[in-house]
Ligand binder design. Structure first.
Ligand code: PEP
Ligand code: MN
Length: 341
């Protein structure tokens, strides 16, 4: 249920409603919008009882949220969410008029590698640097990432470039370290339904880039976002990274209709990953342009100075030169739909 306050309702009136909501044993999330405040009430459905609140001062109406995901639903928040990857730095936002580009290698491989590519992607127009320090590898014998040392190199890259750091957290015991060194916690596709991990990142206040599971439906994807938001962390970005199908000409199939559909049913920003979404570097420029045309709020692109020698995902990584060209082309596409890159 959501309690919609009247425009101009006072903080006291909001606090009064919050107290009534708590009395009913529901958990409240106060969402302060530009025009009005709404209070999302989640817990066991007690719509009839909550309707009494309609008589309280400052309340306009009480309406049920029909979607199973409450906090993530467009019903609970009319305006689209804008998330600052680094709090207080609006130029690092995803979800506004500007389409944010996050780029960098699949994995942090060395200090020199990440620093060099960080400067190059910044130059190309990125607002964020990606790079995995903890890697979810299909084979236990493959490179597993540099761990904490990799996180330290990422933090140094942020110091030098001002880029927001996006890196994967694979388990609960890695969360504190990732929050210490990075700005955005990435939840990988393989962990999208790791509910304990989702709840644990929900306890933090840093943004989360939630990747869609390889075979997750949109409803499962949004319920995964709900796990994070239900713990109080509302800074969730939904990332479409391709799904598994019968197709073999690509690593994954990238369904771009998901972008407008997620934006219809949810207020959360939608980011597209054309690298994992195709698995082929020659397909990345076209799918980046297509994602922007479809309305994506951000792109996350794997970029490596020397893709042929990349330790992970070289086949889908573009050089910084190609990245710069992608950004230039996406700028022109964005202009056509009244957005910017
Ligand atoms: C990655 O971003 O390098 C990664 C492993 O992504 P995904 O979880 O989408 O496979
Ligand atoms: Mn990768």
């Amino acid at each position: 249920m959501i309690v919609v306050m009247k425009p101009g309702s006072t903080p006291n009136e909001v606090a009064h409603v919050v107290a009534l909501v708590k009395e009913l044993g529901l958990k409240e999330h106060v969402i302060v919008g530009e025009e009005r405040t709404v209070i999302a009430c989640v817990g066991n459905e007690r719509f009839k009882e909550l309707q009494r609140v309609e008589t309280s001062p400052g309340v306009e109406k009480v309406v049920p949220i029909l979607a199973p995901y409450k906090m993530a639903s467009a019903e609970s928040k009319k305006e689209r969410s804008r998330i600052e990857l680094i709090t207080g730095r609006p130029e690092t936002s995803i979800g506004g008029r500007r389409v944010g580009i996050i780029a960098g290698p699949c994995s942090v491989e060395s200090r020199a590698q990440i620093l060099e590519v960080a400067h190059a992607v910044k130059e190309a127009g990125a607002i964020g640097l990606r790079g995995g320090a903890f890697k979810p590898r299909t084979s236990p014998y493959a490179f597993q990432g540099m761990g904490i040392e990799g996180l330290k190199h990422l933090a140094e890259a942020r110091e030098q470039t001002g880029l927001a750091i996006v890196t994967e957290v694979m388990s609960i015991d890695q969360i504190d370290a990732v929050c210490e060194y990075a700005d955005v916690m990435q939840i990988g596709a393989r962990n999208m339904q790791n509910y304990n991990l989702l709840s644990a990142v929900g306890e933090k206040r840093k943004p989360v880039l939630l990747k869609r599971g390889l075979s997750a439906t949109l409803e499962e994807f949004l319920l995964a976002a709900e796990y994070i938001m239900a713990r109080g962390n509302e800074k969730v970005m939904l990332c479409e990274r391709g799904i598994r199908t019968f197709e073999e000409y690509v690593r994954n199939t990238l369904p771009l209709a998901v972008v407008p559909e997620l934006q219809r049913v949810s207020h959360l920003p939608v980011v597209v990953d054309p690298s994992h979404g195709t698995g082929k570097s020659h397909l990345v420029p076209a799918m980046s342009r297509a994602a922007v045309a479809a309305g994506a709020d951000g792109l996350i692109i794997e970029s490596h100075e020397d893709p042929e020698h990349a330790l992970t995902d070289g086949a889908q990584s573009v050089t910084p030169e190609v990245l710069a060209r992608i950004v230039r082309e996406c700028r022109r596409v964005a202009e056509a739909i009244d957005r910017e890159v």
